[in-house]
Design a protein around this ligand. Structure first.
Ligand SMILES: C[S@@+](CC[C@H](N)C(=O)[O-])C[C@H]1O[C@@H](n2cnc3c(N)ncnc32)[C@H](O)[C@@H]1O
Length: 275
């Protein structure tokens, strides 16, 4: 059950995400111009692991400004994006109009998805920066499972929960785990801007986060009735989360060549039984 206290916290986060949208639209990280010029916002991991989508119905949960969603549309999927930030949905609809791509964008909290989305999709997709905003993984997985047709699959790709134990590390040599790997509300120091921008002003990073362990994620998915058919840990992530990470030619960020080798992200594919 989502704890009642999260109602206020999710609402505060929603407002923070609204305020970040204009900064993200201008950021090099999101690269809206690149996307408008025909580029894809999708990374090689999700393209490979999700596979061909032509003709598939795809629901993108926590779609933000919609450029991943629209990138799946460019690959031939019939896409729907959901996000609780009305500013993000407004931006996504605008980008859809500017590219002429067909897409539906629905403003909704993942914990309160409209009935119209239920049981409709071949693929439910969610990636990068998803689980940290969720006070209850099992409830999220049940919501995702509820939107899948029988035989369809959920694909989740996100930052590995282990990484956050090193959030305060400034150098590789000084890497020291701190905090909890296991489920808890994270105590955040208020910070300007976000992972996507150098902005230093009054717009702050969403203020409520939850640490989810892989146990929370995997158990939540199992309890939702989906059957996990693939799981991977990756040595890369899409932004420079720790100051000593290096950029690879393919655009991802990795630990220094000297190591240590730790998982920076994970992905899961889980299917709704067809019987
Ligand atoms: C880090 S962004 C996801 C980024 C996305 N992968 C992308 O690159 O565009 C997180 C998104 O989750 C959304 N979000 C957070 N909690 C949510 C909730 N309970 N329901 C719906 N959307 C939520 C935020 O509004 C934000 O747009």
């Amino acid at each position: 059950m989502t704890k009642r206290i999260a109602v206020r916290e999710l609402e505060e986060n929603r407002k923070d995400w609204d305020a970040l949208v204009p900064l993200h639209l201008k950021s090099e990280f999101y690269g809206v111009e690149r996307f408008l010029n025909g580029g894809t916002a999708l990374g090689s991991i999700e393209q490979r692991e999700v596979g061909p989508v032509r003709g598939c119905s795809l629901l993108h949960l926590q779609c933000h400004i919609g450029i991943d969603t629209l990138s799946w549309a460019r690959k031939g999927a019939n896409v729907t994006g959901v996000d609780f930030s009305t500013e993000a949905i407004r931006a996504a609809r605008d980008l859809a109009a500017r590219t002429g791509l067909s897409a539906r964008f629905v403003p909704a909290d993942v914990y309160h998805l409209p009935e119209s989305l239920k049981g409709k999709f071949d693929i439910v997709f969610s990636s990068w920066g998803v689980i940290a905003w969720l006070p209850d993984m099992e409830k999220w997985a049940r919501a995702a499972a509820g939107c899948l047709q029988k035989g369809g699959f959920l694909y989740l790709l996100d930052i590995h929960p282990l990484v956050h134990l090193f959030d305060d590390s400034r150098t590789v040599k000084g890497m020291k785990p701190a905090g909890s790997y296991f489920h808890e509300k994270v105590k955040l120091v208020p910070e300007s801007g976000s992972y996507a921008t150098d902005y230093k002003g009054n717009v702050t990073f969403p203020r409520h986060q939850w640490q989810e362990s892989l146990q929370d994620v995997i158990r939540g998915i199992i309890r939702s009735g989906l059957v996990i058919e693939d799981f991977s840990e990756h040595e890369v992530m899409p932004h420079k989360h720790l100051p000593f990470m290096r950029r690879l030619r393919n655009g991802y960020w990795a630990m220094p060549e000297t190591g240590p080798r730790i998982p920076l992200s994970f992905s899961i594919k889980a299917r709704k039984p067809s019987g």
